[in-house]
Design a protein around this ligand. Structure first.
Ligand code: PLP
Length: 394
């Protein structure tokens, strides 16, 4: 794949010239094509009726499964589409037949919603939750994971790229351990899909949850789940509705084939078409090229911030991505965010409670999070660093 042409990516992104958007780990700016796809379908719904518009777009709606599947190197029948990473993750997690005493091994950077799910299952069924320690790089320690395995481990559930830093956890090495020991592996790829190549075959995960609005640049309210077809029969979906099951006789039902059994009937068709358009758009650039540009930009930002008096960069991990976390000495993170916002610069504040285990272990309450995408330019990074340098000045 040729490298990303940043100027062209910016031309495709109308808002790129209006705001300096370093909040791509929150929600990225959409390409014009994605917005057009959504708006055109909404208009059609208003003109001919929503069900009629859906019938009109049926083939394209079906195509969204192929677009997402090819992004993840999966089969279309292994993809369930939904409205967020959390609902996708929960659909997978709660379909696993846990019993009292089963163990779940997880990462130190696990996202709040996932950890809440573990605790709900602990309280309901009596599972045991064990975080896997980090290694010296601050990423999940794969040797420690191996040492923690026993016959009670039912699931390894980890976050690929956390919401609170630039780390990329070693998903492929973790997948190899899961495969060798025949343990289910659930990967939260909410921050990695659209940002780095994510290949379910190379990783060897059984489930993978993702969201649309972040690095994939799709509309809000979109997301999905990959479920390996070979594990389907071990699972019981938490709910059934007219999409996920068929009412075959007055006292019987059958789950839909494939991952569709994890879906529900009602969804935002326009947004889903936007998700498909975003998945296609990312693949046109190529995920290798996207990662290369993001890493170059984020490295530039980290280096400039790292040299600034009064600024501390917090990212850990051997392999890093586009999320840059830092703090400015003497200034509350929210104060810095507001000052930047007044300059039409978008960042986020990552707070302790989203990734409690990691933040408590590092004794950090809040960090500024500047999350870069391939359409962010070097000029934007320089301007951003100029603003931070002014704020950091004693
Ligand atoms: C690592 C990670 N997992 C899961 C989620 C939840 O995603 P969603 O809001 O789409 O449910 C987030 C959101 O920030 C996240 O960063």
């Amino acid at each position: 794949m040729p490298p990303i042409i940043v100027a062209r990516a910016r031309r495709d992104t109308p808002a790129a010239s209006k705001v300096l958007h370093f909040n791509n780990a929150g929600a990225a700016l959409p390409p014009q094509h994605v917005t057009d796809t959504v708006v055109n379908h909404l208009r059609l719904e208003s003109e001919i009726g929503s069900y009629e518009a859906a019938a009109h777009a049926q083939e394209r709606c079906q195509g969204v499964y192929s677009s997402v599947a090819s992004l993840l190197n999966a089969q279309p029948g292994e993809i369930a589409l939904g409205e967020s990473a959390s609902t996708a993750w929960a659909a997978a997690f709660h379909s696993i037949p846990f019993q009292a005493g089963d163990r779940v091994l997880t990462s130190m950077v696990e996202y709040i919603s996932n950890y809440l799910g573990f605790m709900v299952m602990r309280d309901r069924v009596g599972i045991e939750i064990t975080p896997i320690p980090d290694d010296n790089y601050g990423q999940l320690d794969v040797d420690a994971l191996r040492a923690m395995l026993d016959e009670r481990v039912k699931l390894i559930a980890i976050t690929h790229v956390p919401s609170n830093g630039g780390l990329v956890n070693p998903a492929e090495a973790i997948g190899a351990v899961a495969r060798r020991n025949n343990i289910l592996f659930l990967l939260d790829a909410c921050q990695s899909v659209g940002q780095i190549p994510v290949d379910v075959e190379a990783i060897g995960c059984d489930f993978l949850s993702f969201t649309g609005r972040k690095y994939l640049r799709a509309p809000r309210g979109t997301g999905g789940l990959y479920v390996r077809s070979s594990v389907l029969e071990q699972l019981t979906p938490r709910t059934a509705d007219s999409r996920s099951a068929t009412w075959t006789a007055h006292d019987r039902y059958e789950y839909a084939p494939g991952a569709q059994r994890f879906e529900t009937f009602e969804h935002n068709v326009a947004a889903r078409l936007g998700l498909g358009a975003a998945a296609d758009y990312a693949q046109l650039w190529g995920l290798d090229a996207i990662e290369a540009r993001i890493v170059k930009a984020a490295t530039n930002l980290r280096e400039q911030l790292g040299e600034m008096a009064g600024v501390t960069v917090h990212d850990k991990g051997e392999r890093k991505c586009g999320i840059v976390t830092f703090s400015v000495s003497g200034l509350d993170a929210h104060q810095v965010k507001s000052a930047l916002s007044a300059e039409r610069v978008n960042v986020w504040v990552t707070a302790k409670e989203s990734t409690l285990l990691d933040m408590e272990a590092r004794r950090i309450d809040t960090m500024l999070r500047a999350s870069l995408h391939y359409y962010n330019s070097d000029d934007e990074i320089d301007r951003f660093c100029g603003l931070i340098a002014m704020l950091a000045r004693p």
